[in-house]
Design a protein around this ligand. Sequence first.
Ligand SMILES: Cc1cc2nc3c(=O)[nH]c(=O)nc-3n(C[C@H](O)[C@H](O)[C@H](O)COP(=O)(O)OP(=O)(O)OC[C@H]3O[C@@H](n4cnc5c(N)ncnc54)[C@H](O)[C@@H]3O)c2cc1C
Length: 516
Amino acid sequence: VFALSPVDATALPAPSARSLQSFEALKNMLDGRASNSAVDRLSYARDMWPLALLWIRQQKCPPPPDVVVWPTSEEEIVNIIQLARQQKLPVIPFGAGSGVCGGTWALRGGISLDLKKLDSISSVDPVSQTVTVGSGVMGETLERRLNAGGYTLGHFPSSIYTSTVGGWLAARSAGQLSSRYGKIEDMVVSARVVLGTGERAQSEVFSNNGPSQLPLWLGSEGTLCVFTQVCLRVFPKAEAQVFRAFEMKSVEVGLEAIRLMFREGLRPAVVRLYDPFDSALASNSHSKPEAESPAAMTRWALTKLRRHMAPHTLGHPVILNRLQKAFSKSRLILMFEGEPERSNDEEKAARAVCLQLGAVDLGQAPGKVWLKKRYDVSYRMSTIIDAGAFADAMEVAAPWSKVLAVYSAVRKAAAPFAFVLCHFSHAYVEGCSLYFSFLGAASNERESEVRYHRLWTHALSAALAAGGNVSHHHGVGIHKAEAFQRSLGAARPVLQALKRRCDPDGILNPHKLGLE
Ligand SMILES: Cc1cc2nc3c(=O)[nH]c(=O)nc-3n(C[C@H](O)[C@H](O)[C@H](O)COP(=O)(O)OP(=O)(O)OC[C@H]3O[C@@H](n4cnc5c(N)ncnc54)[C@H](O)[C@@H]3O)c2cc1C
């Protein structure tokens, strides 16, 4: 049991006595690469969970770690863990802190284990098409290095500039081109880990028959092991990218088009269907419409609103959400990539599916604009937070038979608390992910926090009740721990037993995934 309450960011609690006893030993062990300065403890106290951003506006922060360390090798990690076991100090693996669920929060203090100095990148094995990297390599650094040799990893999370390979594996990340290249777990060939006992393990390259160890570590969010080295599959860099966008009659028709494409065997690298409100905002029409139809005027007003989204406006989400009725059309963006002729053929086949369902062909431009701006959107969050509002995203997945039910249920549940937008991406033969954006505000900081928690409780419960899952790619952390534990059913004691075996002293990232 823990209290999720902030501390004063301007006067941090002193490091624990046990951590002070270990500090000199850590410094000696790591040639000085350890710090318990206030600035370092404050920097590592949070990740990008918007709850912390709400606190920081009030000069508060999550409980900080006692110490931050920067190991450079697997051996040093083993030594740190052994010392932490003796001293019963928590160890919190830290990639780049871009997680959005409190996965790196040091709820019981302890050692924040920054892994970014494990940054080796091997040359690509051109026969097997693999690369072996340290778990602390930053996403963008790896992709640039691969591109220089004519390869790509095919993994493009919106946080690529601010996340690490180890963080991707730990949270089972998905990139924007996942419909062609898969999620990160589809790209991992093997991994080396250090357990909470200090033991090292290396997963097999090709799993034997029988249970395989790699899937146990993937998604474990630093609670079972620390990833140290990863072997990843790479692909030849695409020769061509072919874009096409459509206006679909409705969300229902758009989803049906995607389902049919995947059933036919088409694999667009990018497939993004924006719900009518999100489509209106994505239309980029900044000039006042000439034809003053209610829908065109509302769209224009919303475009303006997006630019100057004020807390006052967001404090009345019910009215904003009702405006959605003025829209019905949904925008679909597709991008195929690979060998030119095959990409063109696939685009032609996808176009036939869409046109048969009454779509209007919008040409290539919207897709090209999306590609250019694809990392912009997420970082707009800071403007909204600065303006005194909150913004967050809930990404769940559901089978095709339940996607619409999840969409309606979440919108209804969230509508009283936040302005709700949704797009559908990361498609599969059997279903897809729904990415809800929430924008909200209240009259003061405290009220905003209450509203934020109510929003999440209602929205996530609605998603689960309608047949969605807890999370598609942002992970669980502290934020969704309770819902995740409930979703485990009979597997719950099995996971707890695994935790006890891998981490008998309960030092590895306590409380995350709901594991002590
Ligand atoms: C603007 C923005 C956009 C985002 N877009 C996407 C997106 O498109 N797709 C997506 O999947 N996610 C996205 N995210 C979420 C986040 O980037 C991912 O969860 C990412 O995988 C986290 O990587 P990180 O290195 O920053 O990990 P951190 O935040 O440092 O850690 C995340 C979790 O992994 C654990 N961990 C980190 N490194 C290791 C390791 N080596 N061994 C064991 N455990 C470890 C931590 O303890 C923690 O529990 C986004 C976040 C932001 C802020």
